[in-house]
Structure formats: structure tokens, C-alpha cells
Design a protein around this ligand. Structure first.
Ligand code: MG
Length: 704
């Protein structure tokens, strides 16, 4: 029997949340801190000292010995440096535990070893971490004991963003400002803030830890670089939503407990499509908290796996031939008093606002489809996007039959006066039907789907931070809102102007709507006819960050400066090249030191067997001889392809870092890797299983 878990009691017990602050901070301090959090005011040093002291006392009660500014540099993972709370020993040799306001608000990690894309020369090592007080501090318990983690933004000495968090917070300010303007136009005087609300669904694989350790490719790259398909893959659809096996269930339980303690509202868990694949989804949170929580989720999935003798694979494509992992980014806009701007309204008035919001999102996504695509680009995600797996690399919007029909009517006649679901509707006069209940067809092939009261961006990779896609969504929608407000605030006849604007947005950007099968070849052709970008790889996506259109957009809303965008481009090219280089070298290493020797051993065993059989009796050994010949031919091919990969990789390494090198890796090294894999996977199918130097796909996926 498993032990009883009181979720209500443990939820958030390791979070320095509002109720802890209310209970522990003097009233005046609490009030000022809240103001800082709600209105972005500056925190005075005296107040910071009090907050820091209470935070330390609270953390020590939780067993914490260290604190850490926890941040998200451009490495793709989180970074942290632990400092003990101790002061220098006094004359009696004893120490005190201390933590100042200054230490809470600002950290100074050595920034020289984090990617900066030329923003900061390495000798100017200074970088700052700054407390994001809107994302609560938490205590994490692990082998290091307990650590007070303080979510922070990470900037260069000169103020430029070196992380994921800073632009996200800036984009949240932009969308807040423009969305408030928009709802004020519709007479809303009560809401003080509009926040992007985000829920990130996390997919992952679990494999046996011992088998993982026998696969150098998994160790070095997080994915398998070789591997023949087992007799069974995902074709029977028996894993998706299947009964969760006890070993996995025990793991999920521990993950949930850890997450709940840290205030992450882990809600849904299920088996995913591929064997050994699973999913975890939390409840929505404000974008910056959701981004932090997703990082906590990924760390926790990995950490807890150890305890269960499992390894959690977060790579987008751990195995060829079965589905990879993604991260659906659910996005909506919610006011501080609980109004969801993406909720179709209950009154005609609200309906018009909803249709305006919707038409602005259509416009934003159509104009900046390339940027949205780029925000999901990642080395691992190249194996999914545009590679016959959900979703396609072409950005389109799925609205559902009913809403698409409304848009269609608005475009063709200027009014929407009926609804397919029955019942008459006249925008501005009657209410739209309840779309949330119209869940008849959730188009799984659409990369950007309206699902009742939110959009679901389905391109993001499983390992990636959801910061980048939300930075783009917030900023492009802020732009569309701004342009709408600029017109509507000056309109003489508001009703007429809003009606015209919705119609105009819908008419001009209707091409972005696609409700059909996104996996089909016809859609690729149709999208090309419509002029929609089809960006199939990361190296092709990167330049979209620095088009004139992007620079204008991001500078206008103070989300990125041109220099920051250029630095990110540099970092991304470098990241791509380095990742492929590691994969290529891992392949070379494995093929040379494990696979070729294993095949030779197998050949020798065959040759010995042939000789022994012939010595024993004059029987037909043609099968054995054929096998030997087949293995020998494939070995020859393996060696040839290995030499080509070695040459290509050496050539790539000699190139200067940057776009050209990344493109070379993509166009020359990647195909050479695929070419080497082919004969090796064929060899795996004939070589004696006992002689094959690593666990097979079947061992990894079905014997967890
Ligand atoms: Mg899923």
C-alpha cells in the first residue's frame, strides 16, 4: 500500500508565497512588497533587508543551508550558484546565518562562461542576476540538502538581456499596456492588469537507468544515434492513455509530491503515443511563473528518475521511428479580476471584443508567422517540425468549423448573422454560441489551435524553455492591439469602426486559417500558394530574428534591442553547430570503438562456425556464408560512411563560427550522419544480439 498524501497540506509548503509573506512580514513591508509586485515599483533597500531576513528564517526552518539565484541563460537549461547563508567566523570561531536585501535583489555571477553572442567580451565578465519578485522563491530539497531558490533575470553589466526571463518580462509589460487600452475601449474600468496566462504540457520518455548507461549516444546527446526498429512501435496505439504501469505510477507519484511542495500545480498525467512516452500538464499560471514552473518540472522529472532507477529523456527525438516529444504552449490573456479575453462572450458587447481580439491574433500570427516558427526552433526539434511528425513547420491557425464560419461570413458579407450550430446570431446584437462546448473536432495537426478559450501553440520542443514562444506571442499580439487601439481611440463612431476593423483584419489575414489536415502534401502546396512561410529547419529559422520587420517590432515594444537580437542569432548558430558536432563525434566514437569491433567479432564467430561445421560433416554452409558476406558488405559500407562523416566533421570544425558553419553542419554533416546510421541499423538486424554492444530500441522502449 502506498502512503497517504494530503495534497492540500503539502501544496506550496516550500514556497515563499503570499500567505507566508502575509504571516511573516510586518504589515507595512508586506504592503510595499505587494506594490512592487503588482505595479513594478522599485523596492527600497530597507524593505528588501526585512524581506530577505524573513525569507532566510523561513528557508532555514525548511532545512535550507544555501541560497541560489536561479536563472535561465541562453544555454537552454537553468543555471544556479549556491551560497551558504554563513558569515565569516567571529573571534570566538562561531558563525552567523545571514542574508541581506542586497543579496536577495542582486547577484553577480561570472557572466563570461555563459553564451552572450558577442554582447559582452569575455574580459568584461560582469553580469547581474536580478530578483523577479513576481515569481515566488522556493526551497528545493535534493541531495545537496535544501536550497532557497530565487528566480532571477540575468543581464549584462550594460543592461542587455543574457537570458530568457528578461525579454519575457518586457513582453509581458508590452501586452499588458496594449491589452488594457483595448479593454478600456470596451468600457472596462475595473481591470488593472492583463497577464498572459500560460500552461505548458510536458512530454518525456522514461528508460531504465542501467540500459541508459550502456548507450553512449544517450549519455552524450540525449538521443539515440543508432537503432533498428523493434518488431513493435506505436502502430497499435495501445500506449496512448493506456493503464500506467506500477513502476511508472510510483515515479509519477513522487514527481507530483515534489512539484506540489514547490507550488507547481501538476494536474494531468498520462501515457503518450510512443512506447515509454508520458506527459505531465500543470494548471495555468502567469507566463513568467509558468516558464519557471516548467523548468522546475523538467528538473524534477530528471531528479526523481534517479531514485526509481530510471532516466528521463527530455530530448525532442530520443528514438527514430516513433513520435518525439513536444511541449504544447497554451496561451491566453487574463485580467487581474479574472476576465479571459479569449473567452467568447456572454453578451453582444463582449462578443465584439472577443472577435476583435481574435482578429488581432489572426493578424499578428499571419504577419509574424516566421517569428513564431523561429521561437520553436531547436536542434532537437528539427527532427519533428516538418519531418512527418506533429505539427508541420508551416504556421497556420485552427479556429474550428464554427468560428471559421463566423470569420467567413464577416469577410464575405460584413456581418455574421447565423451560426452553423443553429440559432441565429448577429454580431453586436445577439451572443455568439458557446464555443467552449464545441469540442467536436480538436484538430491535432494544427500548430496553433483555438481550443475554446485559449490558443494552443504546439510546435515547441520538449527540452526548450517556453519563454521564447511566449515572448513572441505577447509582442506580436501587443503590436496588433496597439494598431487597433490607435484607430479605435480616434474613431468618431466606435461601433462602426470596430466592426470595420474586425472585418478588415479577418479579410486581410484569412489566409492563415487552415482547418484541414496539416500533415498532408496538399497543405504544403496550398500554403505555398497562400504565401505562408514553410521553414523546415532551425538554421533556416534563425535569420527571421533580425529581419527589418522583427527588429522594428521588438524595438518598438522594448522587448529586444537590435544588438540583443543579433547576439541571439549568434548564440543560436553556435548552439546548433556545437550540438551537431557533439552528435557527429559521438557517432564516430560509437561506430569506431563499439560497432565495428562487434561486427568483426560476429564475423569471426561465423567464420569459425563455418570451418567447424565443414570439418564435422560435408553439409551445406551457404546460409552461414551468405550471412558472413552480408555482414562484411555492410561493414564495408559502414567504414566508408564513417570516413565521410569524419572528413565532413573535420571540415566543419575548421570553419569560422557563424551562419555558414551552422548551414554546413545542417546540409553536409547531418546527411553524413544519416548515411552512417543506415548500414549500422541493418547490421543490428543480423548480428547476434549478445554481441551487439548496446541495448536495442526494443530493450529501451519496452523493458522499462
Ligand atoms: Mg501530448
Amino acid at each position: 500500500m502506498s502512503e497517504y498524501v494530503n495534497v492540500v497540506e503539502i501544496f506550496g509548503e516550500n514556497v515563499f508565497n503570499d500567505s507566508v509573506m502575509q504571516a511573516r512580514l510586518p504589515k507595512k513591508v508586506y504592503k510595499e512588497l505587494k506594490q512592487t509586485m503588482d505595479e513594478g515599483k522599485e523596492l527600497s533597500p530597507e524593505i528588501a533587508d526585512v524581506v530577505a531576513h524573513e525569507m532566510k528564517e523561513w528557508a532555514i526552518e525548511k532545512g535550507a543551508t544555501h541560497y541560489s539565484h536561479w536563472f535561465q541563460p541562453l544555454t537552454g537549461v537553468t543555471a544556479e550558484k549556491h551560497d551558504a547563508f554563513i558569515t565569516a567566523p567571529k573571534s570566538d570561531g562561531k558563525i552567523l546565518m545571514s542574508f541581506s536585501g542586497k543579496e536577495l535583489i542582486k547577484g553577480e555571477p561570472d557572466a563570461s562562461s555563459f553564451p552572450s553572442g558577442g554582447l559582452r567580451a569575455t574580459f568584461e565578465a560582469r553580469g547581474y542576476t536580478a530578483w523577479d519578485c513576481t515569481s515566488p522563491a522556493f526551497v528545493r530539497q535534493d541531495a545537496a540538502g535544501a536550497t532557497l531558490c530565487i528566480p532571477t533575470a540575468f543581464c549584462a553589466y550594460t543592461g542587455e538581456a543574457l537570458d530568457q526571463k528578461t525579454p519575457l518580462l518586457r513582453s509581458m509589460q508590452a501586452i499588458n499596456k496594449e491589452a488594457l487600452r483595448l479593454i478600456h475601449l470596451f468600457g472596462n474600468t475595473t481591470s488593472k492588469k492583463v497577464v498572459p496566462s500560460v500552461g505548458a504540457e510536458q512530454e518525456y520518455f522514461l528508460v531504465d537507468a542501467k540500459k541508459f548507461m550502456q548507450r553512449k549516444d544517450l549519455i552524450y546527446t540525449g538521443r539515440t544515434l543508432f537503432g533498428a526498429m523493434p518488431p513493435k512501435g506505436q502502430e497499435l496505439d495501445d500506449h496512448y492513455f493506456g493503464t500506467i504501469r506500477q513502476k511508472i505510477a510510483a515515479y509519477m507519484k513522487d514527481v507530483n509530491i515534489e512539484l506540489w511542495k514547490m507550488g507547481v500545480s501538476s494536474k494531468t498525467q498520462h501515457n503518450e503515443v510512443a512506447p515509454a512516452q508520458h506527459e505531465l500538464a500543470p494548471i495555468y499560471a502567469p507566463a513568467n511563473i509558468a516558464v519557471d514552473h516548467n523548468q522546475i518540472v523538467m528538473q524534477t522529472l530528471k531528479r526523481v528518475a534517479r531514485k526509481h532507477e530510471l532516466k528521463c529523456l527530455l530530448h525532442e527525438k530520443p528514438f527514430a521511428g516513433v513520435n518525439g516529444s513536444g511541449k504544447h504552449d497554451n496561451w491566453s490573456l487574463v485580467t487581474d479580476d479574472g476576465i479571459n479575453l479569449l473567452e467568447p462572450g456572454k453578451t453582444p458587447h463582449e462578443n465584439v471584443q472577443f472577435l476583435l481580439v481574435l482578429s488581432c491574433i489572426m493578424k499578428a500570427v499571419d504577419i509574424h508567422a516566421d517569428l513564431l516558427r523561429e521561437s520553436a526552433s531547436d536542434v532537437g526539434n528539427d527532427h519533428r517540425l516538418g519531418a512527418n511528425e506533429a505539427p508541420p513547420a508551416i504556421i497556420s491557425i485552427y479556429l474550428g468549423e464554427q468560428l471559421e464560419d463566423v470569420v467567413e461570413q464577416l469577410v464575405s458579407t460584413g456581418t455574421a448573422d447565423h451560426s452553423i450550430k443553429g440559432g441565429k446570431l448577429l454580431t453586436g446584437v445577439r451572443t455568439l454560441p458557446d464555443f467552449a462546448k464545441d469540442a467536436t473536432d480538436r484538430n491535432r495537426t494544427s500548430p496553433f489551435a483555438f481550443t475554446g478559450n485559449k490558443f494552443e501553440f504546439r510546435m515547441v520542443g520538449s527540452r526548450d524553455s517556453v519563454a521564447a514562444p511566449n515572448v513572441v506571442l505577447n509582442t506580436i499580439v501587443a503590436e496588433a492591439f496597439k494598431e487597433a487601439c490607435d484607430i479605435l481611440e480616434n474613431a468618431e463612431d466606435f461601433e462602426m469602426a470596430v466592426h470595420d476593423l474586425i472585418k478588415k483584419n479577418c479579410a486581410q489575414h484569412q489566409r492563415i486559417i487552415f482547418n484541414g489536415n496539416g500533415y498532408s502534401e496538399e497543405w504544403v502546396e496550398e500554403a505555398a500558394r497562400r504565401g505562408l512561410p514553410n521553414i523546415t529547419s532551425m538554421v533556416d529559422a534563425i535569420p527571421t530574428l533580425v529581419t527589418e520587420k522583427s527588429i522594428n517590432l521588438f524595438e518598438k515594444f522594448h522587448v529586444f534591442t537590435k544588438a540583443e537580437l543579433e547576439s541571439r542569432v549568434e548564440v543560436k548558430y553556435e548552439t546548433y553547430s556545437k550540438a551537431i558536432n557533439v552528435e557527429a563525434r559521438a557517432m564516430i566514437d560509437i561506430a569506431s570503438k563499439q560497432i565495428i569491433p562487434a561486427v568483426i567479432k560476429y564475423e569471426k564467430s561465423l567464420a569459425d562456425a563455418i570451418n567447424a561445421i565443414m570439418a564435422a560433416a560435408p553439409v551445406d554452409v551457404s546460409v552461414e556464408s551468405d550471412l558472413l558476406k552480408e555482414a562484411s558488405d555492410l561493414l564495408k559500407e559502414t567504414k566508408e560512411k564513417l570516413s565521410i562523416l569524419q572528413k565532413k566533421t573535420e571540415e566543419a570544425v575548421r570553419m569560422a563560427e557563424g551562419a555558414e558553419q551552422a548551414i554546413f553542419y545542417h546540409e553536409e554533416v547531418c546527411p553524413a550522419m544519416a548515411a552512417l546510421r543506415k548500414p549500422v541499423d541493418q547490421l543490428e538486424m543480423i548480428v547476434d544480439k549478445d554481441m551487439w554492444p548496446m541495448p536495442s530500441y526494443g530493450d529501451l522502449m519496452f523493458e522499462v
